[in-house]
Ligand binder design. Structure first.
Ligand SMILES: [Zn+2]
Length: 327
């Protein structure tokens, strides 16, 4: 049943619907899963008029009206997946669920935003960024916040819950709020950004719940990858790019990619001692404007290398942290 170009059936009973984002990553896929009671929608897109129109058209193409949507599940809180949750809930009246940590994204308060800004300011200082770059990163953060219209979830979806016949698997790493849905009988997973065929999803740095410290994002991602390998998934239906027909091979490659990144960082440090920003500028000279991405990539992997004893760090009196190879 594919009557328009933006909807396609990609697994038994699962349709993907392409929603425009305007981001460099391209379209994001909402997954539509009809059943006897109506339809579950996994991820809501950005919520722009264009994106909402594409989603409504997608529902129409599988023979459903907006009022037949009974459940909206968000895989994680990023704007391209969760930005449209409020608009979709308004339009459909459906029950909105996701991981409890979604609240940070869906209902930020002035206090939580201030705590987050202070966390990042301290982090960027430690990474050796200039105040000018902290400010650029804050502006970028603010613009993403504004893309997510606040909305109150109706319930939680946590590890082991069953939602419309799909089991919730907690899959942090790309975001601490990330869940995936797994269908036991054919081992298909609706995976959000947990694994993407053509690009490696970043392990983005996030503060912990109290904004005291940072999540060990690369270590979290590794645990998630090992968990996914154990599930022996037959296919992952991701939020971006093509369905992953051989998840075992791709996940094994993502684990090797992490090892390769650590080796690359260690080679770049050599006999020197380096800040995160010096390493980020060396490794990603053409992506210096993507501060969050490249700092996350370097710091996340250094955190992991430090945990396993490959690098050590020291902090100077200005709060700037430098890394060197462990003796
Ligand atoms: Zn994401």
């Amino acid at each position: 049943m594919t009557t328009s170009t933006n909807v396609a059936q990609i697994a038994p009973g699962v349709y993907r619907c392409a929603l425009p984002t305007g981001f460099s990553v391209g379209d994001v896929y909402a997954h539509l899963v009809p059943d006897e009671q109506g339809v579950m929608v996994v991820d809501a897109g950005l919520g722009t008029d264009e994106s909402m129109a594409a989603l409504e058209q997608g529902l129409c193409d599988i023979g459903c009206g907006p009022d037949q949507v009974h459940t909206i599940v968000l895989t994680h809180g990023h704007a391209d997946h969760a930005g449209g949750a409020a608009a979709l809930k308004d339009r459909t009246g459906a029950r909105l669920i996701g991981h409890p940590l979604l609240l940070r994204w869906l209902q930020p308060t002035p206090e939580s935003m201030r705590a987050e800004d202070e966390f990042f300011e301290q982090l960027y200082r430690a990474c050796g960024l200039s105040p000018l770059l902290w400010e650029a990163a804050r502006v970028e953060r603010d613009s993403y916040r504004q893309m997510v219209r606040p909305v109150s979830p109706d319930g939680n979806a946590t590890e082991g819950d069953i939602v419309r016949g799909w089991r919730v698997v907690y899959t942090p790493g790309h975001s601490e709020s990330h869940i995936s849905l797994w269908r036991e009988h054919d081992r298909v997973m609706i995976g959000g950004d947990v694994c993407i065929q053509h690009i490696s999803a970043n392990a983005l740095i996030e503060p912990d719940e109290e904004c005291f410290g940072r999540i060990q994002s690369v270590a979290r991602f590794r645990e998630t990858f090992l968990k996914l390998l154990a599930l022996k998934i037959s296919a992952i239906l991701p939020g971006h790019g093509e369905p992953i027909a051989d998840p075992q091979t791709l996940i094994a490659r993502r684990l090797r990619d992490q090892d390769a990144r650590i080796a690359q960082l260690m080679a770049a440090i050599g006999t020197d001692e380096c800040t995160v920003w010096e390493l980020a500028s060396t490794l990603f000279p053409r992506h210096l404007k993507e501060i969050t991405l490249i700092v996350s990539e370097v710091l996340g992997h250094l955190d992991f290398a430090q945990t396993v004893g490959q690098v050590t760090s020291s902090c100077d009196t200005n709060g700037v942290v430098r890394y060197r190879l462990a003796p």
